[in-house]
Design a protein around this ligand. Structure first.
Ligand SMILES: [Zn+2]
Length: 163
């Protein structure tokens, strides 16, 4: 994806208030991120590890989501699969919950997805990060097709948040 600036990311949040999007933690090393190999940038707040964020581009426009970890649970020790990139980790998948955009979110509605806890899906798909033995099922898909699927899964999740 095209590199995003801090300002672009902050204004791209669809499911938190303007005040929150100004204050939330955005990585300082944006210039060094491997944007060519990212379908989205995901990160955690180092001060508040239950908070996670992701920024991507949909139809040429930046879109960012604020997410919350659903707390410590059995996923920490169990093998589970990321619903975005379909990588299986032992203890490396979290249920992340996004408040819905707009009124629905203010009324407390949210949607959740099991995702790689470090939000590094694009790097797992490309084999740049290793999640261990058996993490990726043998598949006949090309890398291109796996990337397309990851992008489609993320797009479907964002569509649920903004619906
Ligand atoms: Zn993943």
């Amino acid at each position: 994806m095209k590199p995003l600036t801090e300002q672009e990311i902050r204004t791209a949040f669809v499911n938190c208030t303007k005040g929150e999007s100004k204050r939330l933690s955005v990585p300082r090393d944006l210039a060094e991120r491997p944007w060519d190999e990212l379908d989205f940038l995901g990160w955690r707040d180092p001060q508040a590890p239950d908070r996670a964020y992701l920024a991507t581009e949909l139809d040429g426009r930046p879109v960012a989501l604020a997410l919350r970890g659903a707390g410590a649970a059995s996923w920490q020790t169990r093998r589970s699969m990321c619903s975005i990139c379909l990588t299986t980790h032992t203890g490396g998948v979290s249920l992340l919950v996004a408040a819905k955009a707009g009124k629905a979110g203010q009324q407390g509605n949210s949607v959740g997805a099991y995702m790689c806890s470090d939000l590094a899906c694009p790097l797992y798909v490309r084999g740049r990060k290793d999640a261990g033995v058996g993490a990726r099922l043998p598949e006949s898909l090309t890398l291109e097709e796996k990337i397309e699927r990851t992008v489609a899964n993320l797009g479907a999740f964002i569509a649920k948040v903004t619906a």
